[in-house]
Ligand binder design. Structure first.
Ligand code: GTP
Ligand code: MG
Length: 198
């Protein structure tokens, strides 16, 4: 399903650095430190592919990955909402994120990652508003599920469902994941394979 090895294709600091839009792309967006790069590594089963860090602001470019055999690309995005970063850097990342999300014709789905401990925040809503306006399909993935106990998870899922209920471009199903423990990874893989083929 997810033929290895996956390789790093390119890091793009501006949208004009992007390769041709001739291959389906799936992007991972979300607040800084939410676990985007970790989830990509878990999905492809290669722990060192995307760089991860405990310090927010690790991913600063649009990093593109693909199976060596081709057929699909995964885009690891810089995080948003990182309050401590210098203002010019934040503005640059935000511009890059928004230009990419609005204007990429081969962007088939955006996974908007939300920390299961915190639920969706105002800057997640900003990104979703933009995706709605651009009619780009997106789906919420709750991350770090291993950090919560079962009964609290149900509450976050319900609150998140309410948050996206009236959004036109939102995929209604919420995926609960843990890159650390492997929860939800197979479900996500199956979906991405379907998006690639469909
Ligand atoms: P930026 O690139 O800075 O925006 O961050 P990111 O969203 O790519 O996050 P990254 O994958 O680098 O992970 C941030 C931190 O969260 C790291 O210390 C990871 O080990 C940790 N982390 C990621 N996923 C999980 C998870 O499922 N469970 C737990 N417990 N920790 C996780
Ligand atoms: Mg990252």
């Amino acid at each position: 399903l997810f033929a290895r090895p996956w390789v790093f294709l390119k890091g793009c600091v501006r949208v004009s650095d992007l390769p041709l839009d001739d291959v389906v792309e799936i992007a991972f967006a979300g607040r800084s430190n939410v676990g985007k790069s970790s989830l990509i590594n878990a999905l492809v089963g290669q722990s060192g592919l995307a760089r991860t860090s405990n310090t927010p602001g690790r991913t600063q470019e649009l990093n593109l990955f693909a199976p060596e055999a081709g057929g699909i690309r995964i885009v690891d995005m810089p995080g948003y909402g990182f309050a401590k970063a210098p203002k010019p850097a934040v503005e640059k990342w935000n511009r890059l994120i928004h230009q990419f999300l609005r204007g990429r014709p081969n962007l088939r789905r955006v996974y908007v990652l939300v920390d299961a401990r915190h639920g969706p925040k105002p800057n997640d809503a900003t990104v979703m508003n933009e995706l709605d306006r651009a009619a780009v399909s997106y789906q919420v993935v709750l991350t770090k599920a291993d950090k919560l106990i079962e009964k609290d998870l149900a509450g976050v899922v319900a609150a998140t469902a309410k948050f996206i209920a009236k959004r036109p471009a939102a995929h209604p199903e919420i995926i609960l994941t843990s890159s650390e423990k492997g929860h939800g990874i197979d479900a996500l893989r199956t979906e991405i394979a379907r998006l690639r083929d469909g």
